[in-house]
Design a protein around this ligand. Structure first.
Ligand code: 13P
Ligand code: SF4
Length: 317
């Protein structure tokens, strides 16, 4: 249950140096999600949650964006930076939420329900984004739903737990929710969290809203990946049970070295790691910067349609 991973890493210096050299010659920036392995977070220019990384992707001065996260995040960066080259370390780094939500049924729903606003979580394919009215991330989902007129029905997709959390927070009754789930957060078990609370009675519980409702009901704080980190760092409490992917331990131990963080394993394995996020390695990042492959290539018309709902979300303050 306790995080036993390395606190002080042995960094593969020559590989990291090679990456930094390539980064310079390619005029590249490295963006990394909090769930990336420590070695990638160590050399990244920016580490963040999905909202921060999408905002950052727009502001950067570079020719190449090396996106260390999962494919839908790199697609989002490409849509916001159509003239830049966006590369990823591993093309197979997908997401169970994206896989749960193919575009065909969404198109059909839209045709049959033209008055319903489609609110899509950023964890969707670019094709689904293009069928959406507005995007959201775990950080701003409540705000996004509140921005839609109260009498307009909503289809929220694809995460059932985030959708139910938003529905509870907004009191919105006219909201249908897709039945997708994150294989990491949805498999946190309330009984394991209960055991962790017995073991660490002074710890506060922080949880990502993709967790099941019985886990969220025990949380002292619910928020996006970066919001959880900020909360733990700023809180006067010294101990935290962290119900999200264990990659956040990198920033937590850096920003709050004297605090204790406990991670609860998923019900189906001994860790709380996202298998998609962990496909990325330093070697694959080096190769991607060297060859500029795998690269995100998208149809310009599709990007144009997907950009609108993303821009609508980014325009919300
Ligand atoms: P964040 O929006 O918190 O970065 O979450 C993305 C994600 O994939 C969570 O599992
Ligand atoms: Fe997708 Fe879950 Fe992995 Fe996030 S942690 S990328 S939601 S599978």
């Amino acid at each position: 249950m306790e995080y036993n991973g390395p606190r002080f890493m042995v960094v593969n210096t020559s590989l990291s140096e090679e990456i930094l050299e390539l980064k310079k010659s390619r005029k590249a920036v490295i963006l990394a999600h909090h769930y990336q392995i420590d070695e990638i977070q160590e050399i990244a220019d920016v580490i963040g949650d999905s909202l921060e990384l999408s905002r950052k992707a727009r502001e950067l001065d570079c020719e190449v964006i090396a996106f260390c996260g999962v494919w839908f995040m790199a697609e989002t960066a490409k849509v916001l930076n159509p003239h830049r080259t966006v590369i990823v370390p591993d093309r197979d780094a997908s997401c169970s939420l994206v896989e749960s939500c193919p575009v065909g049924p969404i198109r059909n729903f839209r045709e049959r329900n033209p008055g319903t606003a489609i609110v899509s979580y950023i964890n969707t394919s670019v094709e689904v984004k293009a069928e959406s009215d507005i995007l959201c991330t775990s950080r701003n989902a409540v705000q996004v739903v509140n921005s839609i007129p109260a009498d307009q029905p909503i289809l929220f997709l694809p995460d059932i737990n985030l959708g139910n959390y938003v529905k509870r927070e907004t009191g919105r009754e006219n909201m249908k929710i897709w039945q997708g789930a994150c294989i990491v957060h949805a498999t946190f078990a309330a009984r394991k969290l209960t055991a962790a609370r017995f073991e660490h009675p002074h710890a506060l519980v922080v949880a990502h809203p993709e967790c099941p409702p019985d886990v969220l009901a025990m949380a002292d704080y619910i928020g996006s990946t970066s919001a959880l980190i900020d909360y733990c760092v700023k809180s006067p409490a010294q101990e935290f049970i962290v119900m999200t992917e264990s990659g956040v331990s990198h920033s937590l131990h850096k920003l709050a070295p004297n605090k204790q963080f406990y991670f609860v394993a998923n019900d189906n394995c001994n860790c709380s790691e996202c298998p998609y996020m962990k496909l990325n390695t330093l070697e694959k990042l080096r190769d991607a910067l060297d060859t500029l492959e795998p690269r995100v290539e998208l149809d310009p018309a599709l990007m144009e349609r997907a950009r609108l709902p993303i821009e609508r979300m980014l325009a919300l303050k």
